[in-house]
Design a protein around this ligand. Structure first.
Ligand code: GAF
Length: 390
């Protein structure tokens, strides 16, 4: 918060009227299920992106950003956002497409004439690791959405703001993602996960009780950077759509484990395994929610491990560094571990008894060193509150 304020003062030679913020997230389980209308169980983390804002009088929407992104400034007139997005998005710096895209999608979703709102200056500062699979992008989108909705007096609920963030991500940035990250960032609660039905967008708060159970959630960031705007993410999504089409259903949410033998006759082996991941992962989310409620977090380890195996073997979105992190954590006594987020790099999570955290840290560090990988960054996260005015 102070960094965003200081950056604002330094770059704009003025004081902001306030700061707003939104968190990154860890997904406990339910990967690549969101865009298949399925189930996810993410939670917001304590790392946040803060935005300092002040209105302008000249209709210009200007953003500047702290050192966690790049150091460029972008300016677009409010009435030109419609021209820039989506077709001319290459004209603005890559990181700036997130906040500018949110402004564009927010005006469109609320039916607001750009002439009826003020321009704004925005300065961002963040401690959400970028490219680590912890949703630094949803944190920018969430912070921008709540700041602009407040400033412009737009009454939109959190689900509407999440959809606006997803539209910015899909159309202004060009990453074909689902809605999990925006929902987690906007709806996060302390000590709880958000159980989201991505078809109805109904969300339930599920108590995690890590602290009471003497557990820590350890993040092992492999420092292998990934992007969802290119390559593998879109290919996986296309495979899921092929599988749903072959079975004649709207989405893989409508496929059960019992349908899998029939699917095997209809599609190639790769498509079959992609579908099997999504179908079994949906079931694992439901099982995890039930297990958390009935037995508490110490009982979910096997589900986390099975999820990782499915992503490694069927969905094929893990990388050697993520597999090494999971194996090292389990060998050092973690209750469960899995990669989190979209894959192809990023972070693994491990659920670890408090007195085993150092052992997990040491084991992962040693495993990476022995394999010749760059050192991982290892830290614990706490389920935290979602987007808010600071
Ligand atoms: C990324 C996407 F942004 C999410 O929508 C989700 O699909 C996730 O990858 C995989 O579960 O974080």
């Amino acid at each position: 918060m102070d960094a965003a304020r200081a950056l604002f003062a330094e770059r704009f030679d003025a004081e902001p009227v306030g700061t707003w913020s939104s968190p990154g997230r860890v997904n406990l389980i339910g990967e690549h299920t969101d865009y298949n209308d399925g189930f996810v169980l993410p939670f917001a983390i304590q790392h946040r992106t803060h935005v300092a804002l002040a209105p302008r009088t000249d209709g210009v929407f200007r953003v500047r950003v702290a050192s966690t992104f790049d150091d460029t400034t972008a300016e677009v007139a409010l009435d030109a956002l419609d021209v820039v997005f989506p077709d001319q998005r290459d004209d603005v710096p890559e990181w700036a497409r997130y906040p500018l895209g949110v402004a564009w999608a927010l005006l469109a979703a609320s039916g607001t004439d750009p002439a009826d709102v003020t321009g704004v200056d925005l300065a961002f500062a963040s401690d959400v690791p970028v490219g680590a699979g912890l949703s630094s992008s949803a944190a920018i989108e969430g912070a921008t959405a709540v700041a602009l909705a407040d400033t412009w007096g737009l009454e939109l609920d959190r689900v509407a703001l999440a959809k606006i963030g997803r539209r910015a991500e899909n159309e202004a940035v060009g990453a074909p993602t689902g809605i999990m990250d925006q929902m987690a960032s906007l709806l996060g609660r302390p000590d709880a996960a958000i159980f989201l039905d991505c078809r109805s967008l109904q969300a339930e708060v599920v108590d995690l009780g890590f602290a009471e159970a003497g557990l820590e959630l350890v993040v092992i960031d492999t420092n292998v950077k990934h992007s969802h705007a290119t390559g593998g993410y879109g290919e996986r999504r296309a495979a899921c759509e092929r599988g749903a089409a072959a079975l004649g259903v709207p989405a893989l949410r409508d496929v059960s484990v019992d349908d899998l033998p029939r699917l095997a006759e209809l599609v190639d082996d790769v498509t079959f395994r992609r579908v099997r991941h999504v179908v079994t992962e949906n079931q694992r989310v439901l099982d995890t929610v039930r297990t958390l409620r009935e037995q508490g977090p110490t009982a979910i380890g096997d589900l986390l491990v099975a999820s990782h195996a499915s992503m490694r073997d069927d969905f094929e979105i893990s990388v050697p560094e993520l597999d090494a992190a999971v194996e090292a954590a389990l060998s050092a006594g973690a209750i469960g571990a899995r990669m989190t987020g979209g894959g192809f790099g990023g972070a693994a999570i491990a659920l670890v008894a408090h007195d085993r955290v150092d052992a997990v840290r040491d084991a992962a560090t040693a495993a990476f060193s022995a394999a010749g990988f760059a050192a991982p960054t290892i830290f614990t996260v706490t389920p935290s509150v979602g987007a808010a005015r600071d």
